[in-house]
Write a protein that binds this ligand. Sequence first.
Ligand code: A3P
Ligand code: MG
Ligand code: MG
Ligand code: MG
Length: 401
Amino acid sequence: MEIATFSVSSATIIKDSLSRTSLLSTKNRKPLLPLSLCLTLKASKSTLTVASMSYDKQLAAAKNAASLAARLCQKVQKVLLQADVQSKSDKSPVTVADYGSQAVVSVVLQKELGFASFSLVAEEDSGDLRKKEGKETLRRIIELVNETLASDGTYDNAPLFEEDVLAAIDSGRSEGGPSGQHWVLDPIDGTKGFLRGDQYAIALGLLDEGKVVLGVLACPNLPLASLASHNPQDDQEKVGCLFYAQVGSGTYMQSLDGSTPIKVHVTDLDNPEEASFFESFEAAHSLHDLSSLIAKKLGVRAPPVRIDSQAKYGALSRGDGAIYLRFPHKGYREKIWDHAAGYLVVAEAGGVVSDAAGNPLDFSKGRYLDLHEGIIVTNQKLMPALLKAVKDSLNEKASSL
Ligand SMILES: Nc1ncnc2c1ncn2[C@@H]1O[C@H](COP(=O)(O)O)[C@@H](OP(=O)(O)O)[C@H]1O
Ligand SMILES: [Mg+2]
Ligand SMILES: [Mg+2]
Ligand SMILES: [Mg+2]
């Protein structure tokens, strides 16, 4: 896919130390494109047309990693025992599945893509598991990780030991940032939903030079059919969705057990009165009263659809709803793994993701996102009206304090 055309005289093609081709400005030797882009170059007269490198190999590895991690999570959710739930120092719950999923994703990515220059920004770390009280939990995690990897049959059968699993979990300590490639992982997004038996997601993104270039969302409990036609009483309903997006290539969805992928698109609705909106199930994660004020200003008639995790981004990318509103309580700092994969899944499906002031999200600043007030998501047509309703609502709320 073509992304840019440069004059030959103003650019030089180079290879870096890893033999990756790059295109530099001849003037100041600054990259015109991230090192990992520009593999296919077509010369025509005095111009070079640069086509984006595909991230196909990384995408295949990411889909595999997220699907296997989902298998581990499904197994745990089925037999969820109280002993499988720990409390982190910030009082949020974390289960053997969060740790196990993080270890599986880390191991699979490194097996598929190599250990050299592997960088992962992920939610969990092994701190609590290395304590005496964490021994039994760790034993269970090692068992789950080995069972899951063996169930795939692709990887060698050598079992992983304690230090291997702890190291795999701790490979997620990267700080990310604006240069190079970094994987971004939420091993279970929506742990509270997972514990309730509701929605959760394994969310895996790839940053290249500070931009999200891949997003994969495994949503084991999300119905394959639209939530708009969802019947909670139907226990025959097929669930388990895998959404994935590569920058410039659109968003696709397939079933987690491997159906043919279909291209998905956000709704093309332009009348906010007909829109429905998503928000967190947990009122502690997002101000429900502010969302309802915004919805009222927009004339939205439908009640909010409250679901956990980045399954909201997935559902929005296929048009199940039109708007996602997220307004954390004051002082909360959003983490990049809570949004990176979901952001790309929606953006490549034609949607817009911004902070409450309309600024694009910046994933290049390390483990946190710096935001104005909250995150809003919708399609291009509804965004201007949504931004206005958000601004008016925030002003109204501020003046009532
Ligand atoms: N007070 C708070 N405000 C906003 N988000 C919060 C929060 N406490 C936790 N979260 C984040 O909300 C995420 C879940 O989002 P949602 O509400 O959409 O389900 C959690 O992800 P984890 O479950 O991965 O910890 C966590 O990172
Ligand atoms: Mg958490
Ligand atoms: Mg999360
Ligand atoms: Mg999580």
